[in-house]
Design a protein around this ligand. Structure first.
Ligand code: GLC
Ligand code: CA
Length: 512
């Protein structure tokens, strides 16, 4: 049953924009993005039409994983600014009706976090049990066969001082917290309250599927042996912990949201994290990011969402790019036409879309020479600085931490803002079309028959209706659909009757 559009919680109607602070905008000219830089670009985001921003970590950190190794959950790293800067950003965003979501990293901390420093100081320390310590299977042999992410060695590191191994599903500098310990959970819930009290709209929860673990820590079995354990970790206790987090946010007004990073193999794995309306509000579904630019494969992904999420009343998420994978323009081969068509396909889906900073400029990954690679996971290309200005430097200090993406001058926000035919303007038109149509924002989705290579669907909410056609094939197609072109990825013919012809890598939104 359809809820009345005005009663739908904001996060179902929203488009969320991810800011990776290091890469977004640099206010003080040291070549690293910062919170003030983000604040100065709020007008860009308001003009674009986003409803919320999600800030990747800006917390104190030794930066082994560029901030996802948190050393203090309630502070701001001096590189990014101060707590006052954060408060200002939240306040200024609020004036523009933009909500701010922050990143919560509950699975692990930095090895420099005071909790871990205490935990590793002695086997008798009161915080010993806050992390996962075990004896090995024998000299030099870790407790099980789990593999960590990024370095692809054991998910365990030997601590010579206390002569035990500690678990880390990610880097050795990211020891896993022991969520079975209620003190740990309370400590994390206090962190959540700290940010909720400061007015944030909710959390994006880092690798939330990893926090509960089988207390026996059994070996991974084929076919998963050798795959980072974090990619498959699942345990029923995780759902109990998420329910507790849900209770924390529900004690606040204003529909605060929990968005979980459920980085699991497919939609079927992701669905249970919505619980029965008592776990995550939104769970990241990366299924589309694993699909090539292929109509049949996209169609299967969409069908799977209908099968797995709709029966639960769970609202999908859509994401094509983030700070952990090559940008989708790069993945799809680099053509701008295709990036434009992908923007239409993303922003007209049923579900809350997430944009990754700079995606609206049609950025590709930077080419990062080996000597400038800094990320242990090799994710540098998508983290290149966002070019704001046309002139050299592009609005950044003289020595940005990574090279710029290709064609930074032409793709800068300044250059594209001045060109109504740019991909930036296309994103803006799509966001506006979504905002004015209940069908696009909230409506049902029905996949339609279409010629090979074309993906087609109808969205409907009450009397409001749109049809979306995307030619992902390698030849122009003729489609038996009629209506007025509301948005076209190639910009031509908006407002005119659709002539039925779709060129390669072209997408249109039709109004009946
Ligand atoms: C998530 C983050 C990623 C990070 C990892 C460990 O997947 O998105 O950037 O490296 O968790 O915290
Ligand atoms: Ca800076």
């Amino acid at each position: 049953m359809l809820e009345r559009p005005d009663q739908v919680p904001w996060w179902r109607r929203a488009v969320v924009y991810q800011i990776y602070p290091r890469s977004f905008a640099d206010a003080n000219g040291d070549g690293i993005g910062d919170l003030d830089g983000a604040r100065q670009r709020l007008d860009h985001l308001a003009w674009l039409g986003v409803d919320a921003i999600w800030l990747s970590p800006f917390y104190p950190s030794p930066m082994h994983d560029f901030g996802y190794d948190v050393a203090d959950h309630t502070g701001v790293h001096p590189l990014f600014g101060t707590l006052d800067d954060l408060d200002r950003l939240v306040a200024e965003a609020g004036k523009r009706d933009i909500r701010v979501i922050v990143d919560l990293v509950p699975n692990h901390t930095s090895h420099e976090h005071p909790w871990f420093q205490a935990s590793r100081s002695s086997r008798d320390d009161p915080k010993r049990d806050w992390y996962v310590w075990r004896d090995g299977r024998g000299p030099g042999e870790p407790p099980n066969n789990w593999v960590g992410a990024f370095l692809e060695g054991p998910a365990w590191t030997w601590d010579p001082h206390t002569e035990q191994w500690y678990l880390h599903q990610f880097l050795p500098q990211q020891p896993d917290l022991n969520w079975a310990n209620p003190e740990v959970r309370e400590a994390v819930y206090d962190v959540m309250r700290f940010w909720l009290d400061r007015g944030v709209a909710g959390f994006r929860i880092d690798v939330v599927h990893c926090i509960g673990r089988d207390p026996e820590l059994p070996d991974d079995e084929p076919p998963w042996v050798g795959i980072p354990h974090c990619a498959i970790n699942e345990h029923p206790s995780t759902h109990e912990y998420i329910k507790e987090m849900r209770a924390v946010v529900e004690a606040y007004d204003g529909d605060r949201v929990l968005i979980g990073e459920t980085a699991l193999p497919g939609t079927r794995w992701v669905a249970p994290y919505y619980g029965h309306g008592d776990e995550l509000h939104l769970a990241f579904n990366f299924a589309a990011t694993h699909a090539p630019w292929d109509a049949e494969r996209w169609r299967q992904r969409i069908e799977r969402i209908h099968e797995e999420l709709d029966p639960r009343g769970a609202w999908p998420t859509w994401v094509l790019s983030n700070h952990d994978m090559p940008r989708h323009r790069t993945r799809y081969g680099g053509s701008e036409a295709r990036a434009r068509a992908a923007a239409v396909a993303l922003l007209t889906q049923r579900g809350t879309p997430f944009l990754y900073g700079g995606e609206e400029l049609g950025l590709e990954d930077a080419v990062v020479p080996p000597e400038r690679v800094v990320d242990p996971g090799g994710r540098d290309g998508c983290r290149a600085p966002v070019p704001w200005l046309r002139a050299p430097g592009h609005g950044w200090g003289p020595d940005p931490w990574l090279p710029f993406p290709p064609e930074a001058a032409e793709r800068s926000a300044e250059a594209q803002r001045a060109d109504p035919t740019s991909i930036l303007h296309l994103y803006r038109r799509l966001l506006a079309a979504r905002r004015r149509s209940d069908a696009l924002r909230l409506g049902h989705q029905e996949l339609l028959d279409a010629p090979a290579g074309v993906l087609a669907w109808r969205r409907r909410c009450g009397d409001d209706e749109r049809v979306v056609l995307v030619n992902m094939g390698d030849a122009p197609a003729t489609v038996a659909a009629t209506g007025t072109v509301e948005v076209a990825s190639d910009g031509r013919g908006e407002g005119a009757a659709f002539d039925g012809v779709l060129d390669v890598d072209v997408a249109v939104v039709l109004r009946p």
